[in-house]
Design a protein around this ligand. Structure first.
Ligand SMILES: Cc1cc2nc3c(=O)[nH]c(=O)nc-3n(C[C@H](O)[C@H](O)[C@H](O)COP(=O)(O)O)c2cc1C
Length: 451
């Protein structure tokens, strides 16, 4: 066991996510419960608030997944809208930040800025927005203008979206409301124009008056998830933090350094843009027990059928005829045909290159199709005794892998209970996480400047 160090450490930022609709969530486990019931959201949020986490986080899916036009029931299917869930959680938590993933492509800035500002009011300054920029036409069909956005325009829209949202959030001065019951005057006369805005750009041409007075944080905390060069530049220009998929130390460090370099070039002070990978963990009383548990969980998460489907997302071919315990498909991805899997965020843009890289990896490691899928998609990097997991999380952050983590587990909603009970006290002992909340807003929790 590592002794608690006397040296001051960089504090680890911690967020928690509730398993959404993907193969990480083992919905068939006996102790698993609903991904929709409020009791599940409440359980996780209250548990991690007990562990003094910085925030609770929700991903988003705006379309039901399909494979070859049929329901996609390898995964949990269906999830509720983010904002009502976060608003309800604001009522049963006191300190925890509440961050929602919400698309900049399919929403309208006036509406969303208003909703986020309302969440900031309801929660006394705990609201955050993870901006995603999915553009796929399949999801777009569910919305007014259909799949209207070209891939190249997704960050143009996101950029304008954020500009407008900021204008709206800033449109009410902090002291605009006088509410003097004697005189009957509500707005201070010098702020008679509170809420006025006008914006003209490629994506939006809007003007009017914002309905929502300035919220406790002024502007909700903004995260960004998207790792293309364009996405990275957008993040360092506009966001307070990045939700990243890189949880293996070498690739995480490379990403971290790249973000710091880009942020410096964009004129942001060091540490202004936090990097937060998604991560999960498996604990055991001994190292061997944890490793055995991890193997079991990974095989529950990635069945032979799930492995084929995970690869189909890149190959864009029916791979059900390929033995999961055999080699990777010997055909090339079909990059011309219609997408056979719909409704999953498209992260691998160049399918042929991805397939070539995966083949090389499988060959080098001697992986079967399923073993490769487990290696690529099981996401669990932190496996061991509570002491080992605390150690590794801490050294990952101290060694510039990230500024913290957004932690999830394979089990909804109780999967983080043992983390809070067994790992948090060890991290607290070494000063790597807080023992009490010192601020009230999410900005304060994250050490971000006020707006
Ligand atoms: C870590 C991570 C999490 C994401 N989560 C979501 C999500 O919850 N919902 C969603 O619609 N898209 C999600 N996306 C997809 C992004 O919105 C985006 O469409 C995609 O990454 C393409 O942007 P890029 O080319 O800049 O990477 C996520 C992407 C990353 C990297």
């Amino acid at each position: 066991m590592t002794q608690p160090s006397r040296q001051p450490r960089k504090r680890i930022i911690l967020g928690a996510y509730l398993g959404g609709v993907n193969h990480h969530t083992v919905w068939s486990a006996p102790e698993a419960d609903s991904q929709i019931a409020f009791s599940s959201f409440r359980h996780l949020a209250q548990t991690v608030e007990r562990g003094k986490f910085d925030f609770f986080f929700l991903a988003e899916g705006l379309a039901i997944r399909e494979r070859l036009g049929r329901f996609f029931d390898q995964d949990v299917v269906g999830r509720p809208d983010t904002l009502p869930v976060l608003a309800a959680l604001a009522g049963v938590t006191e300190h925890l930040g509440l961050i929602g993933t919400i698309n900049a492509t399919f929403n309208e800035p006036y509406e969303l800025a208003r909703q986020l500002s309302s969440l900031d009011h309801l929660s006394d300054g705990r609201a955050g927005w993870n901006v995603v920029t999915s553009f796929d036409a399949f999801t777009g069909q569910n919305f007014r203008r259909g799949g209207f956005l070209h891939r190249d325009d997704r960050y143009v829209r996101a950029d304008e979206f954020l500009t407008v949202a900021r204008q709206l959030w800033d449109s009410w001065p902090e002291d605009a409301i006088e509410a003097d019951k004697e005189s009957g005057r509500f707005l201070r006369p010098e702020h008679a124009d509170a809420g006025r805005f006008a914006f003209s750009g490629k994506q939006f041409e809007i003007a009017g008056r914002f309905t929502t007075p300035r919220s406790p944080q002024g502007r909700p905390v903004v995260l960004q998830a998207g790792v293309s060069p364009h996405g990275r530049d957008f993040a360092v220009a506009r966001a307070d933090a990045i939700f990243s998929p890189f949880h293996r130390l070498d690739e995480a460090q490379e990403f971290y350094r790249d973000i710091q370099r880009r942020a410096a070039r964009a004129g942001r002070p060091p540490g202004a843009v936090k990097v937060l990978p998604s991560a999960s963990f498996v604990l055991g009383d001994t190292e061997a027990e944890a490793a055995e548990r991890q193997r079991e969980i990974a095989r529950q998460q990635v069945s032979g059928r799930t492995a084929q489907i995970l690869l189909e997302a890149v190959w864009n071919r029916d791979l059900s005829g390929y033995d999961p315990d055999g080699p990777l498909p010997d055909v090339e991805p079909d990059v011309e045909g219609p997408r056979i899997i719909q409704g999953r965020a498209v992260i691998h843009q160049d399918a042929r290159q991805t397939a070539a890289e995966w083949r090389e990896l499988a060959e080098a490691k001697g992986f079967s199709l399923r073993e490769l899928a487990i290696h690529l998609f099981s996401r669990t990097e932190f496996v061991g005794t509570p002491e080992q997991v605390a150690d590794r999380l801490d050294s990952f952050v101290q060694n510039e892998g990230s500024d913290g983590f957004i932690l999830g587990s394979h089990l909804t909603p109780t999967g983080l209970d043992e983390f809070v009970d067994r790992v948090i006290p060890l991290l607290q002992e070494r000063g790597a996480v807080r023992t009490e909340y010192t601020g009230t807003t999410l900005r304060e929790h994250l050490g971000l400047p006020s707006t």
